[in-house]
Design a protein around this ligand. Structure first.
Ligand SMILES: Cc1cc2nc3c(=O)[nH]c(=O)nc-3n(C[C@H](O)[C@H](O)[C@H](O)COP(=O)(O)OP(=O)(O)OC[C@H]3O[C@@H](n4cnc5c(N)ncnc54)[C@H](O)[C@@H]3O)c2cc1C
Length: 530
């Protein structure tokens, strides 16, 4: 039947629910008479997961698309700037072992293979015992900014403009409430606080709706009756009420590749009001996993994600306590189980899952919210006008999402396989049986050249080739260009890019404020609005 899509029902009021609702409502003018009706149903009894503090630069365009002011967002969500991730103790676990995955592309990326030139420089003896620079520091000016705790812009920049590409760290509970307020006030979303207790499908339809066999016609709520719509979005978190429980779409685990299955999370107060705020996520390798450390305006979010096959909970608590220091004994530790994997498909009939209901992988590289943003954007831009086109959109959505999950799994695994740490967690991670063939194939190619955009088939990759370069060469990998020496023919241009990077570093270091200083100014004055 060719029913027009007039109402979208979103079940779940976590960040996935509100971001999807906001994207749909903003694009389809839900605050007007003729606009799409967007209904969001949220249980008062089942709390949102309430973690997830690292984002991708995509969040800037998402906020803009929702009509959100960056100043308001930073003020109300305890947000700070994130300019990438510093991976400490991932290679050999020593004190000076670290590398950066910044958010700025290597200088001249796409114009020259700067990685090849950098590798050639490393192969030559240094003059006067000059220290060897890291890959990211030689090709990108952002590591230097992060190492000095500087912000990616100044107060004179407009909202969302930058000197260095950036994302945010945010308080996810505050962000959820902020999105809710904005979506209700400005975007015309109908908010129902109630429990969904049944899903009603066309198989037992007595309403005369003539929906496609198996389509959801309505969801029954405890106190608000049946809520009908043409498209249903499952944002119910790990419970995956619609896609997982109702449609029984199987969950594809990937714990044979990514071993992390438990998180212990704490909120750590700063030592003083003017303690520095790191402008990057710090991910520190530990014996059975890694610790994230995220600096917000008023506290840090810290958590140990580990493999319970390689550590007991008591051992994990001791590792976290050691990292946090004296304050640990007074903190409330939240334990969150993680099942790494995703649904086999994400859009079934007239139901699509977004967020944790679709899947979750360990929070390394903060890939969850970016997947929510990409899904919400695609659903809003390709919203099927009627039931006749829905299966076509669903097929494309499923293929795109599946491709992204696979690429993210490969990229996360890449962080582990070059480590020389000797604890069983790390040696098990290097076992070829646990490395996807797709990644093994790429690693074979990259022995001869650096990762390049054409290694990936989507024009909308979550992690571009540059990200793979930062991790590979940060972890000491060497691509050997001896069979393609002509790659280095544009030496002069490459040298000019290395020089340009040095100039950019000097300029950034002399002009950017520190992270806390800028956040303070935003609170007092705000950015100029665009
Ligand atoms: C340890 C950990 C660290 C993370 N770190 C990051 C990070 O750094 N960066 C990142 O991008 N992501 C991170 N994530 C993921 C991130 O937290 C989630 O992707 C994000 O919060 C979205 O969650 P959600 O909205 O899908 O689910 P939830 O927040 O769980 O929301 C589910 C919603 O569904 C509602 N609901 C459930 N059942 C019903 C029902 N029957 N009726 C009505 N409503 C119902 C609930 O009330 C709730 O509102 C992390 C996750 C974990 C576990």
């Amino acid at each position: 039947m060719n029913k027009l899509t007039k109402t979208v029902v979103i079940v779940g009021g976590g960040i996935a629910g509100w971001l999807t609702a906001g994207r749909l409502a903003a694009k389809h003018k839900s605050n007007t008479e003729q606009g799409l009706k967007v209904i969001l149903i949220e249980s008062a009894n089942i709390p949102a997961v309430g973690v997830g503090e690292g984002t991708w630069p995509t969040m800037r365009s998402t906020l803009k698309a929702l009509g959100i002011s960056e100043t308001d967002f930073i003020r109300e969500c305890d947000a700070s700037f994130k300019q990438g991730a510093k991976f400490a103790k991932w290679f050999d676990g020593t004190e000076d072992d670290f590398y950066y995955h910044p958010l700025v592309l290597p200088q001249g990326f796409g114009k020259t293979d700067l990685a090849a030139h950098w590798l050639a420089k490393q192969a030559q003896p240094t003059q006067n015992n000059e220290p060897i620079n890291s890959f990211s520091n030689d090709v990108c000016f952002q590591e230097a900014i992060c190492e000095r705790g500087l912000a990616p812009k100044t107060i004179r920049h407009a909202e969302f403009a930058d000197v260095a590409n950036y994302a945010y760290h945010l308080d996810s509970v505050k962000f959820g409430l902020f999105l809710q307020k904005h979506c209700q006030k400005k975007l015309g979303i109908t908010h129902i606080i109630d429990d969904v207790i049944a899903i009603n499908s066309a198989d037992n339809d007595t309403t005369g709706n003539n929906a496609e066999k198996g389509d959801i016609i309505s969801v029954s709520t405890q106190n608000h009756g049946d809520i009908t719509g043409e498209l249903f979005v499952d944002c119910t978190g790990f419970s995956s009420l619609l896609l997982g429980k109702h449609y029984q779409v199987p969950f594809k685990k990937c714990d044979d590749i990514l071993f992390i299955d438990t998180a212990l999370a704490v909120q750590v107060p700063y030592n003083s009001e003017d303690s520095p705020i790191a402008s990057h996520t710090i991910s520190t390798g530990q014996q059975a996993g890694w610790i994230w450390d995220i600096g917000l305006q008023h506290r840090r979010g810290v958590g140990y994600v580990y493999s319970s096959k390689h550590s007991t909970e008591a051992e994990a608590r001791a590792v976290l306590a050691d990292y946090v220091g004296d304050k640990f004994s007074s903190l409330n530790v939240r334990k969150i189980p993680i099942i790494s994997g995703h649904r086999e498909i994400f859009w079934q009939n007239n139901c699509v899952a977004v967020g944790l209901s679709a899947g979750f992988l360990e929070p390394l590289e903060a890939s969850a919210l970016v997947m929510v943003e990409l899904a919400a954007q695609m659903i809003s831009e390709q919203l099927p006008a009627s039931r006749v086109v829905m299966d076509i959109v669903a097929k494309r959505f499923n293929e795109t999402a599946l491709y992204r999950w696979d690429r993210i799994i490969d990229f996360l695994k890449l962080h582990y396989i070059l480590s020389e740490r000797t604890e069983p967690f790390w040696t098990d991670n290097r076992d070829a049986k646990t490395i996807p063939q797709s990644l093994q194939d790429l690693m074979t190619e990259w022995q001869y050249r650096a990762p390049a955009d054409h290694d990936f088939t989507s024009n909308n990759e979550v992690f571009p080739a540059a990200s793979y370069q930062y991790v590979l060469y940060g972890m000491g990998f060497k691509s050997d260009y001896c069979h393609t020496p002509y790659t280095l023919d544009d030496r002069e241009f490459a040298n000019s890019q290395f020089m340009k990077n040095k100039v950019l570093i000097d300029k950034a270091l002399s002009s950017l404020p520190n992270n806390r200083e800028l956040l303070g100014k935003i609170k007092t004055y705000g950015f100029s609005r665009i």
